[in-house]
Design a protein around this ligand. Structure first.
Ligand code: NIG
Ligand code: FE
Length: 401
């Protein structure tokens, strides 16, 4: 039995078999670090660790930064398991399925939506995610987009206005009118609750010109751009993301050489979402090709009821390794530092002096185990802002050393 580490005062995390810093220092064996005021105050070799008010032993396990999930659609009601089963029986995925979640979301109370988000956030934390983004996009009215973002902002500062997820049924004959709403009244109501603006630029959603107008209006309103790009077919989404200096182009399933070149010469992160290809039985993006070209990459869950109903970053890491040809080390970087870059954050995704004390103690000697033991829970402890927030009861216990 061990005591809980104190929330006040400094804590020395000791006996770290392997520390993956995600900085130029790389991995440190037999490492230790000090937490003070929720931040990392010192990192180094266990043998030269300073003293602190409390000690907490990692019991020779591996420590990595908390995962940063830069792409999630958590505000929704209902579920679409039947649609998933139909796809597994051969039906193809289309953006049109979004409509059924929109109906369920509009009909749900604020409390029901809040409870759903809280449950998914709890799942994310258990999977080691300590920073996450939440998009709107299942309301598609001024009222429902605004309340989606209000609810999301109770859980994270990384909120994204996705009024341009799809054209809702009532605007079927007037898509231009819907773009006017998204760039007008809806944006005015949503801007104060959002940090980001996103658009689904793809077949069955919005074309390049519409997407440019939507992102430009968002930027004009003080939001920062990110794009759902090239998921269902090759299109102009990735080029548009780079042109607008979007923080991230997400999906990146269908890319040509010019897209990869543009990404490699930009600040735009390519975010891959293995859950989406898995659940829609689609070809996986070629992460190897992007990495070899020098593109900065992130891995995210894309958690949503239609195309990727997972909150498991360890599973996403395993899939990116197996199906997208990332090395385990590249995948762990993409799920931590890469996610932070996709949110333009430098206070998370790394373990170094000054960053937030957000980290995972793996029940494993190295991060390779995230892919090497697929489907097995190797998340031993999750720490956020210097506090232990999740401890796996099966884990080899850490504790006061
Ligand atoms: O990221 N691509 C667009 N949006 C979601 C899917 C939404 C849905 O099918 O409900 C995605 O995969
Ligand atoms: Fe998405």
């Amino acid at each position: 039995m061990t005591d809980s580490p104190s929330a006040t005062g400094s804590i020395l995390i000791t006996d770290i078999g392997l520390l993956s810093t995600q900085t130029e220092r790389g991995d440190i064996e037999d490492a230790a670090f000090v937490i003070e005021g929720g931040r990392i105050a010192w990192v180094g070799a266990q043998s030269s660790a300073p003293s602190a008010d409390t000690r907490w032993s990692a019991s020779s396990r591996c420590v990595i930064p908390g995962f940063v999930d830069s792409h999630a659609h958590l505000v929704f009601a209902g579920e679409r398991s039947t649609e998933f089963a139909a796809r597994m029986a051969g039906q193809s995925y289309s953006a049109g399925g979004i409509a059924s979640t929109v109906s369920a979301t509009r009909a749900a109370s604020d409390e029901a939506l809040q409870r759903n988000v809280a449950a998914l956030v709890a799942e994310l934390l258990r999977s080691g995610v300590t920073t996450f983004e939440i998009k709107s996009g299942y309301g598609l009215t001024v009222h429902d987009e605004q309340r989606s973002l209000r609810i999301a902002s109770d859980f994270t500062p990384e909120t994204t206005y996705l009024g341009a997820h799809v054209v809702p049924a009532e605007f079927r004959d007037d898509p231009g009118g819907y773009v006017d709403l998204v760039t007008g009244d809806m944006l005015d109501s949503c801007r104060e609750h959002a940090r980001w603006v996103d658009v689904f630029c793809d077949r069955g959603a919005f074309d390049g010109d519409q997407a440019r107008a939507i992102l430009s209006a968002g930027i004009e309103a003080g939001l920062l751009p990110r794009v759902h790009a090239n998921q269902l077919q090759h299109g102009s989404g990735v080029q548009l993301a780079v042109e607008m200096d979007a923080a991230s182009a997400d999906h990146c399933t269908y890319l040509d050489d010019a897209d990869i070149d543009a990404l490699a010469n930009s600040q735009t992160v390519a975010t891959v979402l293995p859950g989406a290809e898995f659940s829609t039985r689609s070809p996986y993006p070629d992460a190897r090709r992007m990495l070899d070209a020098g593109v900065t990459m992130a891995i995210a869950t894309d958690c949503n009821p239609g195309s990727s109903f997972t909150t498991s970053m360890p599973w996403c890491v395993a899939m990116a390794v197996r199906e997208m040809h990332m090395t385990p080390a590249e995948a762990v970087t993409a799920a931590t530092l890469g996610g932070a870059r996709a949110l333009r954050r430098d206070d998370v995704g790394r373990i170094t002096q000054g960053t937030r004390a957000d980290f995972i103690v793996l029940d494993a000697p190295s991060p390779i185990y995230l892919a090497y033991r697929p489907g097995v829970n190797v998340i031993g402890e999750v720490w956020r802002n210097g506090e232990l927030v999740e401890a796996n009861s099966n884990s080899s216990s850490g504790g006061v050393g």
